[in-house]
Each structure stands twice: as structure tokens, then as C-alpha cells.
Design a protein around this ligand. Structure first.
Ligand code: ATP
Ligand code: MG
Length: 328
């Protein structure tokens, strides 16, 4: 009989799975129509700008009046807290998983721009811990505690942005599978382009399945020298994807290469907060506007995303489906 790290056997784990699933079903019935949109940010190659884009996008969405919770879901290599200038975050996602702290004790709330404050926009961070096992390796009890806590976010936020890390590990792919939208980041470098294609291939039909509207995976080209270069990069990935996989992710947009990002990283500042009108800042604001149009049908230019992918309950149902299926 397979035993989990905490000493519980598979029968007990099976029972817990049923409890988690039942709980999700119960909460489905209790919770009003969801407003929450779930976005995961990932890449094939590391170091392509995921964390910077995740943080900047969160503040840009807040400037549109959205309540954003940013989660450092790069569980093994969390560093968003440092990037966001949070010194000595007392607690992190590890405390949530072990059940020693609740969500309110862990969330770090940021000061936002005057505009965001006026429009009731906000940004909070759920910091990751260093060296936590990836989500796919957590035992069922830990997953259960994490899910319970994440449910609380449904009512307190409009957007959940997860910095999910790089590569094609099960944990990274699970977030893509579960999210309403997956933002796949690449740079114009050939290695990054190839690895981005590798993620799309690994996701298989999950990159566009269960959806009637635009693809769940959307491409962002970071560190582009021009919009034209970004478009060419996206087109290369889309063509290869269409040719070999029979479907292609949508191209959402680009962020220009901008020295302001490197400077901000060195000073532990989020470039969008210190330089919102920099070239990169304007690009991120455009991305935020396009995402809002897609997710909320404001001046709709794309079809609405199907309701079945929306909300925390949809996210957690799909995540548990994926994680528990992998453990069978
Ligand atoms: N648009 C940009 N222009 C210039 N430099 C950039 C840009 N985006 C990111 N960078 C640089 O790339 C570095 C890596 O960025 P970041 O940490 O956000 O990548 P990541 O994909 O999260 O990395 P990891 O895979 O290690 O988590 C930053 O420190 C910054 O110097
Ligand atoms: Mg990162």
C-alpha cells in the first residue's frame, strides 16, 4: 500500500480526496456567481521575465480598479517578495500549507497608486517559501489546507495572478491546466522560443480544451526590441503549434526591452510602480487593458471566456482533478 510522507495510507488519503471534492461541490452550491479570474504566468525557459510581468501586471490591473492577489506559486524558488521590496515577510505559503497561519496573517498588502486607491484597486501578495516541494508533490492533507485557504480569496479579489515558474514540471503544468488564462512568456531568443513551444506541446489539448472561446494559453513576448519583432516571434510559435499540434495559442501582446526593469530589480522595486510611464510600463498597461476586455467583456473585442473556467471553484476543481489524477 502506498504511503504518503505524513504516514497516512492510501485509504485515508482517498477519504480525504473525497472530503476535498465534496467540500468543493458544497462550496459551489453556496458561493454566488464568481467574479474572480485566475491567471497563471509561466514559461519554458527560466529568467524570461515572468515574475516582473506578474508583479507589474498586478499593479496595472489595480490601476483599473481591480483587487488583485499575487501568489508566488513558483514553490521551490520563490522570490517575488524580494522583487516586490518586501523585507522579511514573516509568514509565507509554507505556513498556510502546514496550517500554522491563516490567510490574513500571511497576505502582504501593498500601497497602490492614487488612481488605484480611488477606484478601490488593491494588490496583495501571498509570498512563497523557499525550498517548498512543488504542488504536485504535496500530500493530500497539505493540498486540502491550501485549497481551503484559497477559497477565501474568491470573495476578496477580482484577479488571482500566479507566478507559476518555468519548465514542464507537473506542478507548473497543473496551474496552466487549472487557470482560466495562462500567460506563456517568451523572449525573442531562439532557446526561449523553443522552450515555449515545448510547454504548449506538453500541455497538449489542455492548452485549448474545455473552451469555446479564445485559447486558454496566450503568448506574451518579453524583452522585444519592437512590436514587429514581438509579432514575428509570436507568429513563429503559433505557426509551429498549428502545424504540429493542430491548434495555436493566441498572441496577447509584448513588453519592450527596457533598462528600467534591471535597475528596478537591483533596487528591489517593481518597475511599474516607480516608472509606470516607461516603455515597459506602457506595454504592461496595454496588456492589462486587453486582459480586462477579454475577461470582463469591456468594449469586447474578443469573445467572452466561457463561464465554466471562471472563479476559484472552477480553478480548484480543475487543479484537484489534475493533482489527484496524477497521484492515482
Ligand atoms: N522587458 C525587460 N527588459 C529588460 N530586462 C528585463 C525585462 N524583463 C525582464 N528583464 C530582466 O530579466 C531578469 C529576470 O526577470 P524575472 O526574474 O522576472 O524572470 P523569471 O522568468 O521570473 O525568472 P525565473 O525563471 O528565474 O523565475 C530581470 O532581473 C531583469 O533584469
Ligand atoms: Mg521568477
Amino acid at each position: 500500500m502506498r504511503r504518503y510522507d505524513n504516514g497516512y495510507d492510501t485509504d485515508q488519503a482517498g477519504e480525504l480526496r473525497r472530503m476535498v471534492t465534496d467540500n468543493i461541490q458544497k462550496k459551489k452550491a453556496e458561493t454566488p456567481a464568481p467574479r474572480l479570474h485566475t491567471l497563471s504566468i509561466l514559461s519554458g525557459k527560466g529568467g524570461v521575465g515572468k515574475s516582473n510581468i506578474a508583479a507589474a501586471l498586478s499593479f496595472a490591473l489595480a490601476d483599473f480598479g481591480k483587487r488583485v492577489v499575487l501568489i508566488d506559486a513558483d514553490l521551490g524558488m520563490a522570490n517575488l517578495d524580494i522583487l516586490c521590496g518586501v523585507r522579511n515577510a514573516k509568514y509565507n505559503i509554507a505556513h498556510l500549507i502546514e496550517g500554522s497561519r491563516n490567510l490574513n496573517e500571511i497576505l502582504v498588502h501593498f500601497k497602490t497608486s492614487e488612481r488605484a486607491t480611488r477606484l478601490n484597486g488593491s494588490v496583495s501578495l501571498l509570498p512563497g517559501g523557499y525550498g517548498i516541494r512543488e504542488i504536485a508533490d504535496l500530500d493530500d492533507f497539505a493540498i486540502g489546507r491550501l485549497f481551503e485557504a484559497l477559497y477565501e480569496l474568491e470573495m476578496m479579489s477580482d484577479y488571482l495572478i500566479m507566478d507559476a515558474g518555468a519548465g514542464i514540471h507537473r506542478g507548473v503544468l497543473s496551474f496552466a491546466y487549472a487557470s482560466e488564462i495562462t500567460l506563456l512568456i517568451t523572449t525573442p531568443e531562439p532557446t526561449s522560443i523553443r522552450d515555449a513551444y515545448g510547454v504548449i506541446k506538453s500541455l497538449g489539448s489542455a492548452a485549448w480544451q474545455n473552451q469555446d472561446g479564445p485559447s486558454g494559453v496566450m503568448l506574451i513576448v518579453n524583452m522585444a526590441s519592437s512590436s514587429r519583432e514581438a509579432q514575428e516571434v509570436a507568429e513563429r510559435i503559433r505557426l509551429a503549434s498549428m502545424q504540429f499540434l493542430g491548434n495555436a495559442p493566441m498572441y496577447l501582446g509584448y513588453v519592450l526591452k527596457d533598462d528600467v526593469i534591471e535597475r528596478s530589480v537591483k533596487n528591489c522595486r517593481i518597475f511599474y510602480r516607480s516608472d509606470p510611464d516607461s516603455n515597459a510600463g506602457i506595454c504592461v498597461r496595454n496588456l492589462a487593458g486587453d486582459l480586462l476586455r477579454m475577461c470582463e467583456g469591456m468594449n469586447v473585442t474578443h469573445e467572452d471566456l466561457p463561464a465554466k473556467r471562471k472563479g476559484m471553484k472552477g480553478f480548484l476543481s480543475r487543479l484537484s482533478e489534475k493533482l489527484f489524477a496524477d497521484k492515482k
